[in-house]
Design a protein around this ligand. Structure first.
Ligand code: UDX
Length: 431
């Protein structure tokens, strides 16, 4: 099959590489020449494990093509995926301007016959219907489109295997032709296929992210209880999660969730609900608890009254990505800077992205041990593997005072005590 992905972020590029690797001819359309040139040369732009290899392999096999021109790509495609961003407006509502611009731009280039236009971007209920209306108004005779919603559930850091081994592929459409084409494209994946209407498909995506975010906020709420009572959040969650109706996944308490999806999608679903007259108190609480998780962590640092030189380990919103969008590290670091703290940070891949945001307000070092040299405390924001078995003896020797604030609970408190650290984590007793 020949397909097009419009957009080359995590969703567009991973989708393109995976379907090219399965043997399809895939076009990727972008709008920045510099980025398209980098992609043509095998540079995925984003850091995602395995993506560079997949990109290079499929470029070489001439199954993957990058262009700035809609025409070249769209006119020979059976399916066109829209995979552009839907960032939040100040009100929390999703900004759909990029999605609609893409829909308008592809119309003049559609071939005769039927092209499937499928939206992978996360969009409010009713958006795909609007896409169809916009396109249908401009169609030349003999040209038809069938619109489908095919939301994406990949996680950064595991995006390729998430796409290849998705728990489910959701296809929402009123068109049998669109459903059949998308089923054909996804046939090599063993994933459960859910075929439904447009509105349900759109809502499935928001519901998934909102429930996962709710689980995390719930765990963080229980961590607040634990910190007040001396209970241990990990023991609580471990026992609660043993109930298979609840499960343990996405119940890790910490310094809050970040990334391009949970914060944005919880706010967007809240805004959709408000527009529909649905009571969205629960969703608002999920968002508020997430903010509180970051605030409580910040206050913990300030109230410990350590000196103001702080080393930081981990800046990305989670491990195995260089993405710092809505990263809890940025929120806490900004607050610390406002209080006069001096920050020296290390992250294996995300420092360049943080430099674009914080510039020289903090300093950056290329080695985790350099980050703790002569500091009054260490803050951990991301559970990168390399921190889990770091040489803690060396860390303690290098630090001016051995105080650790761990926002991801990566060490057992008693081990930290035995090493001689004053150790603050989340939802567990200070040791
Ligand atoms: C998420 C969804 O998991 C994915 O299905 C969707 O397509 C996009 O949004 P992603 O943002 O890549 O994926 O990361 P995810 O692994 O879900 O983590 C999101 C945030 O939650 C991270 O900041 C992570 O640290 C935090 N988190 C996750 C917790 O704080 N506790 C947990 O138990 C799990």
């Amino acid at each position: 099959m020949t397909i097009t992905c419009i957009g080359h972020g995590y969703v567009g590029l991973v989708t393109a590489c995976v379907f090219a690797d399965l043997g399809n001819k895939v076009w990727v359309v972008g709008h920045t020449k510099e980025k398209i040139d980098r992609l043509k040369n095998g540079d995925p732009i984003i850091y995602e494990p395995g993506l560079k290899e997949l990109l290079e392999k499929n470029l070489k096999a001439k199954r993957l093509h990058f262009t700035l021109e809609y025409e070249t790509a769209v006119k020979e495609s059976e399916i066109v995926f829209i995979a552009v961003g839907t960032p939040p407006k100040p009100s929390g509502e999703a900004d759909l301007s990029a999605v609609f611009t893409v829909a308008d731009s592809l119309v003049p280039h559609l071939k005769k016959g039927v092209t499937v236009v499928s939206c992978k971007s996360t969009v409010p209920v009713g958006t795909n219907k609007k896409i169809l209306e916009r396109i249908e108004n401009k169609l030349k005779s003999g040209v038809e489109v069938a619109v489908a919603s095919c939301p994406e559930f990949l996680r950064e850091g595991t995006a390729i295997s998430d796409t290849l081994n998705a728990d489910r592929v959701v296809i929402g459409s009123d068109s049998r032709l669109a459903i059949d084409k998308l089923l054909e494209l996804h046939a090599p994946l063993a994933s459960k296929k859910v075929v439904t209407d447009l509105a349900s498909a759109e809502l499935i995506k928001y519901t998934s992210n909102a429930i996962l975010a709710t689980k995390i906020s719930f765990a963080n709420l229980i961590a607040f209880f634990c910190e007040k009572t001396g209970a241990n959040v990990e023991t609580v969650i471990d026992a609660v999660g043993a109930d298979h109706r609840i499960g343990k996944l996405f119940l890790n308490a910490g310094v809050g969730y970040g990334g391009a999806c949970f914060p944005k999608d919880v706010k967007a679903l809240t805004s959709i609900g408000e527009g529909l007259g649905v009571d969205v108190t629960l969703l608002k609480s999920v968002d508020e608890i997430n903010k509180e998780a970051k605030d409580i962590f910040f206050k913990k640092i300030v109230s410990a009254k350590t000196g103001k030189n702080i080393g930081v380990w981990g800046l990305s919103f989670k491990p195995n990505t260089d993405d710092v969008r809505e990263a809890p590290s940025l929120y806490v670091i900004r607050n610390l800077l406002a209080e006069g703290y001096v920050i020296k940070a290390y992250d294996p891949v995300a420092m360049d992205n943080v430099k674009k945001i914080l510039g020289d307000k903090i300093s950056y070092v290329s080695d985790p041990y350099e980050a703790v040299h002569d500091v009054d405390a260490l803050c951990i924001f991301t559970e990168w593997n390399e921190f889990k078995q770091a040489d803690l003896r060396k860390v303690k020797t290098l630090m001016k005072t051995p105080v650790v604030f761990d926002g991801r609970n990566i060490y057992p408190p008693n081990t930290m005590k035995d090493f001689g650290f004053t150790y603050y984590s989340v939802g567990r007793k200070k040791t």
